[in-house]
Design a protein. Sequence first.
Length: 93
Amino acid sequence: MKIVYDPIFLQELKNILQNISYDKPSASRRFGKEIKTKIKQIPQNPFMYRKSIYFDDIYIRDMIHKGYTIIYEVNPTKKQLNILSIFNQNKPE
């Protein structure tokens, strides 16, 4: 299964990592590596994370990591994972 990163996800991740690095650059690098590792594990079992509470679609899932929600879409016909968005679920928008 191929992993495709949406440009919105990449920009959001960049902003999050930049904000973390203001306090502690090593924590930012570690967080980025952890996210990438967890995303790379998804193709082995794409439905391991819960159905998204933000969308009414069984193919859109929420992965939670350290207070951040990563929203991804499973596309079984294309054998593809679309990583859509990342945000801090505890932070008011």
